[in-house]
Design a binder for this molecule. Structure first.
Ligand code: HEC
Length: 82
């Protein structure tokens, strides 16, 4: 919520109700990200969140400014969404 992801993504049980990007409800369980562009590993997930444009140029998710010390917690949270 604090870094703006919720403006575009929905996560049930939170106030995140954006509809621009895909629903992240089961993101931790998924095998691939970005419409099967990359495998859903912690490294790829982090790379996607910070700058998905280098992975899938022209997609509608802009690069996200996330403090280096906040990224591990965010990734752990996303991985927990099964
Ligand atoms: C301006 C809207 C926007 C914001 C803000 C945004 N996203 Fe996204 N996000 C998208 C869109 C659109 C996609 C789908 C891109 C594609 O695959 O073409 C996406 C895809 C994703 C995916 C891959 C989902 C999948 O189904 O493969 C993840 C994970 C993700 N976003 C996490 C985040 C996180 C975490 C944040 C906050 C740090 C964030 N996003 C902020 C729009 C946004």
């Amino acid at each position: 919520m604090s870094v703006g992801c919720a403006a575009c993504h929905t996560i049930p049980g939170t106030d995140a109700d954006g509809v621009v990007g895909p629903d992240l409800t089961h993101i931790g369980r998924r095998l691939t990200l970005g419409a099967a562009t990359i495998p859903n590993t912690r490294g790829h997930l982090g790379g996607w969140v910070v700058n998905s444009q280098t992975i899938k140029p022209g997609n509608k998710m802009p690069p996200q400014k996330i403090a280096a010390e906040e990224l591990p917690a965010l990734l752990t949270y996303l991985e927990s969404l099964e």
